[in-house]
Write a protein that binds this ligand. Structure first.
Ligand code: AMP
Ligand code: ZN
Length: 139
């Protein structure tokens, strides 16, 4: 069920700006607008489900498949030392957008661990990354 005021539902409907990396029947991959690290990408479900408990198994499987594709694209494009993959459920766990999504965060050796930042990404950089990643994902 789509949620009128949900930012990710607006992105899915094409009603909000997005630096899109990939999309298929069940998922969308996009650049996080507050990237903790360069290349911080989200994989979201097309269906509106608040969290892991509510999302359908079909959508979750599709997210895993998309995450793998995007992970390879991040590796090939940015050559990070590591890649952190995480997903938060409930405010107590740090969730801030209540529409299921998975984070893919390239990481450099020794970089401090953080889940969020308040510093917005440079829109030009996000667009450039989205384009470069999209080219690698589709290959
Ligand atoms: P979480 O805390 O796991 O719910 O993460 C939500 C993520 O969504 C945060 O990293 C935000 O920076 C990101 N975010 C919020 N609004 C948008 C948006 N319009 N486009 C892309 N990413 C967003
Ligand atoms: Zn939603």
């Amino acid at each position: 069920m789509a949620s009128d005021n949900c930012i990710f539902c607006k992105i899915v409907r094409g009603e909000a700006p997005v630096a899109k990396v990939y999309e298929d029947e069940h998922t969308l991959a996009l650049m996080d607008i507050f990237p903790v690290t360069d290349g911080h990408t989200l994989v979201i479900t097309r269906e509106h489900a608040e969290n892991l408990f509510e999302a359908s198994s079909e959508a979750l499987q599709a997210v895993a498949a998309t995450a793998k594709r995007v992970a390879h694209a991040l590796k090939d494009t940015l050559h990070p030392d590591g890649l952190m993959v995480f997903q938060l459920n409930g405010a107590a766990a740090g969730q801030t957008v209540f529409h299921y999504h998975m984070h893919l965060m390239p990481r450099a050796e020794g970089e401090p661990l953080a889940l969020h930042t308040r510093v917005p990404g440079d829109p030009q950089r996000l667009a450039t990354l989205a384009k470069a990643l999209a080219e690698h994902v589709s290959r």
